[in-house]
Design a binder for this molecule. Structure first.
Ligand code: IMP
Ligand code: MG
Length: 174
């Protein structure tokens, strides 16, 4: 736990709920008559994926993968993907669910691996998007909220494993 910090509330629980409802409706319409496989990236996207899945009305399976690129509040530029228990996505309609797209490097690597596994379709849904920080040529098909360049915690997002359980999103000022 950092010894001195301030949490500045940025996105309230109510705002989160409204955005998740709306994404759930949109995805349910877009995949009407189809079956979905939501792939949640551990650990940050767990809270969002659990809420989103419950707002999707088409049949929906969930898979989990582990990807890590951050250390504290700075990106390492390299991405660790764990291929243990990697879900079988061949021929499936897949949405990768992410907590946040920052540089885009994580999602660019993940999408490349996923495309090579021949899914029927592949899309990306991220709750937060920081477009001003983008380094990789990648964008999400579904976005909860665009934010400025600040370090976000809460609603699954952490700083060294802290703050994930906050029910709202805050800027962490160290
Ligand atoms: P990217 O590869 O730079 O797009 O970073 C993606 C990953 O870094 C996200 O899935 C998060 O886990 C983490 N990350 C990026 N920005 C933040 C932030 O503001 N707060 C907490 N985690 C972040
Ligand atoms: Mg993440």
């Amino acid at each position: 736990m950092p010894t001195r910090y301030t949490l500045v509330p940025m996105i309230t629980e109510e705002q989160i709920r409204q955005r998740v409802d709306s994404l759930g409706r949109q995805i349910s319409e877009d995949y009407s008559g189809k079956e979905l496989l939501l792939i949640c990236t551990l650990k940050g996207a767990v809270t969002f994926a659990a809420d989103l899945a419950r707002r999707i009305t088409v049949p929906c399976e969930m898979g989990y993968i582990k990807a890590k690129s951050y250390d504290g509040s700075s990106t390492t530029g390299s991405v660790d993907i764990s291929f243990e228990d990697f879900p079988d996505i061949r021929g499936r309609n897949v949405i990768i669910v992410e907590d946040i797209i920052d540089t885009g490097i994580t999602l660019e690597r993940l999408s490349r691996h996923f495309k090579a596994m021949s899914p029927e379709s592949l899309k990306i849904c991220a709750f937060l998007d920081k477009p001003s920080r983008r380094k990789a040529d990648i964008s999400a098909d579904y976005v909860g909220c665009e934010i400025d360049d600040f370090f976000a915690v809460g609603y699954g997002l952490d700083y060294n494993e802290q703050f994930r359980s906050l029910p709202y999103i805050a800027e962490l000022v160290l």
